[in-house]
Every structure is written in C-alpha cells, then in structure tokens.
Design a protein around this ligand. Structure first.
Ligand SMILES: NC(=O)c1ccc[n+]([C@@H]2O[C@H](COP(=O)([O-])OP(=O)(O)OC[C@H]3O[C@@H](n4cnc5c(N)ncnc54)[C@H](O)[C@@H]3O)[C@@H](O)[C@H]2O)c1
Length: 344
C-alpha cells in the first residue's frame, strides 16, 4: 500500500506541464520561443495547411498515418526518422496530430535509445481531452488494438483551441463522446453544459475541465490498478459493438452506444435516474449519433468476446456503472447480466 502511494506521488511530481492557447498564431509564437532549431517536429500530414515548416525554425517532417497503419511498420519509419536526424537523449521531439500519430510517435520516442523526451500538440478533440494525457502509447498488431506500448508521459502538452476549426465533424464527434464520458464519471458541469448547449462545438473551458478529469484520475492511479478503470465507462459494451460490427462502426459511435447500454445497466443495478438516460439520448440525437445496436453475434459468441475484455475474470467482468452523474462505481457483473441488457 505504502509503495503504491509513493509510486503515485512519484508520478504526480513527474506529471506533464499543460499549456493552453487559443489561436494558431499564439501556437506558432510559443513553438518558436520554446524550441530550438535542433528540435524535430513530426506533424500529421493533414495539418500541412498550417505551414509550420515555413513558420517555425526547426527540423520538420510530415507523417501520413491512420488507424490501419498504426503498426510496427510506422513505428520503424519513425525510428528511422530519429536516426536520420541524429537525435540523442537530450534532443527534443514535438508531435503535432491526432491520437494515432501521438500514440505511435510517443512509443517510438520512448523506446529510441531508451527514451527521448517529447511534447504533444494534440490536434483532434479526442486527443486533446484523452489520448495526450496519462502516458499510454502504443500501436496495433494482429492480436488487437494498442497491444504493444509503454507508459511514458510527455514533457508537455500544448492544447490549442483553434486547431479544432478544421477537424472533420465525424472526428469531432468521437471527441465529444469521450468528453461527455468524463463529465458523467466525474464532473456534472461538463455533462450539463454539453446536454444543454444548442451548438455542436464545445467551449474551451469545457475542454479544459475534461482534461482535468483525466489528469486527476491518472494522477491517483498511473498504472491502471483501480481508479483509472473509471475511464472505461461505456467501453465494455462499446468494444463489443466494435468487434461485433467487425470495426465497421467507428470507435466514437461504438462508445456512444456502449454508454447508453451501460446507463441502462446502471439504472437496473444502481438505480440511476431515468432522466439522465433521456438527457443523454437527446444529446445523441442532437449530434446525430445512434444509440441502439442490433448485435449479430449470439449470446455464446458475445460471452466469448467479453471474456477477452481486460477487466474480465472467471464468470464475470468489472464494469463501470453510475449511481448518479459524477458518482461511478466499478461493479463485477456476470457475463449473462451484461448480455441480457444488450440483447433487448
Ligand atoms: N494513449 C491514450 O491514452 C489514448 C486514449 C484514447 C485514444 N487513443 C488512440 O487515439 C486514436 C484516435 O485518435 P483521434 O480520434 O485523434 O484520431 P486520428 O489521430 O486518426 O485523427 C483523426 C483524423 O483527423 C485528422 N486530423 C487531425 N487533426 C486535424 C485537424 N486539426 N484538422 C483536420 N484534420 C485533422 C487526422 O489526420 C486523421 O485523419 C486511436 O488509435 C486510439 O487508440 C489513445
């Protein structure tokens, strides 16, 4: 116990420095003031419109990547890049992009010559509120998503609100779902603000609040022993939806559905008020996301899939449920208890 407390305090002290900027010109100014010409910037190709190569005095490389190429081949390409630029352990790397690029480059950096420090500039809503915080990185292989990776925190995370202006709507929605999940497990203000706001976009303040939810949870449980599991709310059923649809349904949409079913289970098991479920359904309607899903796999197959969940053991799975907004609990349910709800 004492060891765990000391370990968490150690990581708390090492926590990342977060910088919040509103505009792209503030971002360019900050990057020029903070990084030397020796730093290497690895930038998502979809952000070349920012013309960072013309505006920042550093080594710049654009990288084209997506979920399908989030693999060892891409990691090797990044390692090559680091060798070609002669980087060593005192070098600095800045990674600008979405969660895929951040995960792969952070893995490559954290293993290159036993670790070079790196800074994130997340450019999607999901990577701002989720992927860039907490130190997890990695890539996919034939055994599944993010199966190889490390826990290594970035030196700093620079969150620039204006980057979201060009983010395609579908990707924006993925981030909205993770953000509302943060609100549901830990911050009623985020939840209320999102379900009552008429416009699609979220305010910078709500993004910052969402980041704080993740940082607080991670600082209490860096290596996902217990509390960090709360961040999996909606993901137990969400992963089933993704697998059942052979990944035809996007992660954001799958988690949106997963949250709906886990709210239903919360009502049944913990008495979560029905109004919360209704508010959430209205919100999904507003952002034009589905909430129900017809599983094509039978119960046996679904149980088999559930057994592969990292939170499963014996006859059941640890699932995050809610008493109320901001009041979650990890409960062990039998596989059948989960399957019964999602098949009706
Ligand atoms: N490490 C973690 O803790 C963690 C947490 C959650 C998710 N993830 C990972 O994050 C990944 C998903 O990340 P994502 O949702 O950011 O997707 P993504 O990285 O695939 O980005 C989505 C798309 O938007 C483009 N893009 C990025 N920023 C843009 C901008 N500002 N304007 C226009 N286009 C832009 C990208 O090129 C890409 O085509 C998954 O691989 C997931 O495993 C990691």
């Amino acid at each position: 116990m004492m060891f765990l407390i000391q370990y968490s305090i150690y990581w708390l002290k090492k926590m990342t420095n977060n910088i919040y900027l509103k505009t792209n010109s503030e971002l360019i100014e900050y990057l020029n003031s903070r990084f030397s010409s020796e730093s290497l910037f690895i930038i998502d190709s979809n952000l070349n419109y920012l013309k960072i190569d013309e505006k920042v005095n550093a080594k710049i490389s654009y990288f084209d990547i997506n979920e399908e190429t989030k693999n060892l081949t891409s990691v090797e390409k990044i390692w090559d890049l680091l060798f070609q630029h002669n980087l060593n352990r005192s070098s600095e790397i800045v990674i600008i992009g979405g969660g895929v690029l951040l995960d792969v480059c952070a893995f490559a950096s954290s293993t290159f010559k036993r670790g070079i420090s790196f800074t994130f500039v997340p450019s999607t809503l999901l990577s701002m509120v989720d992927a860039s915080h907490g130190g997890k990185n990695g890539f996919n292989n034939i055994y599944g998503k993010n199966q190889i990776g490390t826990f290594t925190l970035p030196e700093s995370v620079i969150v620039c609100y204006q980057l979201l202006d060009t983010l395609p709507e579908d990707h924006y929605k993925d981030g909205l779902i993770e953000l509302i999940k943060h609100g549901m497990i830990a911050n009623e203000k985020i939840f209320n603000s999102m379900i009552t706001k008429m416009s699609f976009n979220v305010d910078f303040e709500i993004i910052r609040d969402g980041i704080d939810v993740k940082l607080k949870i991670v600082s209490e449980d860096f290596l996902e022993g217990n509390k960090r599991k709360l961040l999996n709310f909606g993901h137990t059923v969400g992963h089933l939806v993704e697998k059942d649809s052979s990944y035809e349904i996007t992660h954001g949409q799958a988690v949106a559905i997963g949250i709906y079913y886990e709210l239903l289970i919360s009502k049944e098991q913990l008495g979560l008020p029905k109004e919360i479920i209704n508010s959430y359904l209205n919100y999904l309607n507003q952002i034009e996301y589905d909430y129900e899903y017809k599983f094509s796999s039978n119960s046996e197959k679904l149980i088999e899939m559930l057994k592969h969940d990292k939170k499963s053991s014996g006859k059941g799975v640890d699932i995050v449920l809610l008493y109320e907004i901001g009041n979650p609990k990890v409960i062990n349910l039998t596989f059948n208890e989960v399957i019964e709800v999602i098949q009706h």
